[in-house]
Design a protein around this ligand. Sequence first.
Ligand code: ATP
Ligand code: MG
Length: 201
Amino acid sequence: MTDTTSKDDRHKARQQKLKEQVDAKVDAAQEEKGLVLIITGNGKGKSTSGFGMVARAVGHGQQCGVGQFIKGTWDCGERNLLEQHGVQFAVMATGFTWETQNKQADTEAAQETWQQCKAMLADESLDVVLLDELTYMITYDYIDLEEVLHAIENRPAMQSVIITGRAAHRKLIEIADTVSEVRNVKHAFESGIKARKGIDW
Ligand code: ATP
Ligand code: MG
């Protein structure tokens, strides 16, 4: 037997073993239910990931809703596209910024959007609900954490919920099925490059 052949055989045996392990895991995963997914962390890619899943669901003919906290006044590429495909949006009306001076107005705006999101989380016809940048609303105490947990836990059984934003609360992480953290390695903004349409919004 040549060296190459024995390498090939070893590779084949390893792959076969891996396939058996993966097949066993696929067989073991039998439960069907809507999921809670969280995309958190300091790197770029949280909202785009959330919207990517919504686009996926829409592509399968599923019904989706999106609640957008924070980015109310921005022109939003995803919204422009997805509304044309029947996705319903609840968008925070004020241009919330980090330098916000008016906690009262921001709380009211957050609450108004949250009420619409709560309706989505009770809507049997929605397969996927994206709550974009919700984590900050909880951090800032604009929306009550227990109320969010209750609405998520009592949603329709087959509905999936995606939450994005930095510093997701520990209790949100606890109730989630899938949690991913996007780590910042580098970001163009740090080199003084302006945010770009189509890339950043
Ligand atoms: P995206 O919407 O591009 O997926 P994101 O949801 O992960 O980004 P957010 O914290 O919601 O990130 O911020 C949105 C905006 O801030 C985007 O324009 C994004 O490019 C920018 N951004 C994200 N991460 C960073 C970072 N680490 N440094 C600077 N700007 C960032
Ligand atoms: Mg985001």
